[in-house]
Design a protein. Sequence first.
Length: 117
Amino acid sequence: MTGYLTTHVLDLAKGGPAEGMKIELFRIEGLNRSLLKTLVTNDDGRTDKQILPSEEFQTGEYELVFHAGAYLDATGVPPEEPRFLDLIPLRFGMSSPTHYHVPLLLSPFGYSTYRGS
């Protein structure tokens, strides 16, 4: 089996996918943090392509940064200054060449994640 990385963002406040959210993927190596790519969620709250497809997959430590504040602003959630949730960094490790699914469940005042399938 070859490894790859996906995500799915659901907006719990509106009860549906979070369309148009910017997501950045970083590779972490010691104290170094390297931006690998930037993607945007589609109308299903997923990226059009795998975040990290099998031909680019490497085990190691990664970070997804979800731009929740800009998404909430764009969807009309009343703004605060500063917004309670703005950037949501999720740092995780991928230790074997398999499918890693890292979803985000979002509301304006909280979020959760888990290793999905």
